[in-house]
Design a protein around this ligand. Structure first.
Ligand SMILES: N[C@@H](CCC(=O)N[C@@H](CS)C(=O)NCC(=O)O)C(=O)O
Length: 219
């Protein structure tokens, strides 16, 4: 049985969890927070990032590596097109979401979600980079109705988990939802994916975890 390590608020954890549920692969969850110094965690995820998984053969970190492993061990239902070029286009889209949007917006999360402060120079740099990268993403993404076209794919696991965080952090820290401003009408898309039973479960678990975190903060 696969064990998924991390926490239910993490977008990358939820990307993997959504894929596991979509594929109907049995798994257990185990709570691991970021920045662990635990040797058992570091041996599986050397940067102490989540998620990571343990399998009968060993551990794997990096959400996209995990998704591709899941696709290989259980090809059906497919979350990648059979055609190699179409599959590569899905990977291309995921790279754009995660490298060029999420990783850039992540610099705002400290202020947006964790009570920190982001410097004016960082805000300006992030705004400039996101404006450019969102315009580029718009050229690649389909949203017709799924991120990469007519079928639900791995790109939706990534987009559904990350686009709301990108939009919310921009709105909160930069005063504007740069995705919307750039013509990415992400809300109806997120609602569409959010109606899938897999996403209903991931969202419910996320909400419960958010409630627990808020309770801890005010305890
Ligand atoms: N490229 C990694 C990103 C994972 C990631 O950044 N996870 C966050 C939690 S959402 C984390 O562990 N952050 C702590 C850190 O970067 O040290 C993946 O796809 O798994």
């Amino acid at each position: 049985m696969i064990t998924l390590y991390g926490f239910a608020i993490s977008n990358y954890y939820n990307k993997v969890k959504l894929a596991l549920l979509e594929k109907g692969i049995p798994f257990e969850e185990s709570l691991v927070m970021t920045h662990s110094k635990d040797e058992a965690v570091l041996s599986a995820s050397p940067l102490a990032k989540v998620p990571f998984i343990r399998t009968a053969q060993g551990s794997l970190c990096e959400s996209q590596v995990i998704l591709d492993y899941l696709e290989a061990i259980q090809p059906s239902p497919a979350l990648l097109p059979a055609d190699p070029f179409a599959a590569a286009k899905v990977h291309e889209l995921i790279s754009f979401i995660e490298l060029h949007l999420e990783l850039v917006a992540r610099e705002l999360y400290g202020q947006a979600f964790f009570g920190g402060t982001v410097s004016e120079s960082t805000k300006e740099r992030v705004r400039k980079t996101l404006l450019k990268n969102i315009a580029a993403f718009k050229r690649l993404a389909s949203f017709a109705p799924y991120a990469a076209g007519a079928s639900f794919t791995q790109a939706d696991c990534s987009a559904w988990a990350s686009l709301p965080l990108i939009a919310m952090s921009c709105k909160s820290v930069l005063g504007e939802d740069l995705l919307m401003a750039g013509g990415i009408d992400w809300k109806p898309y997120v609602k569409l994916i959010g109606e899938r039973p897999s996403a209903v479960k991931v969202a419910a678990d996320r909400k419960a975890a958010q409630g627990q975190m808020a309770a801890l903060k005010h305890a």
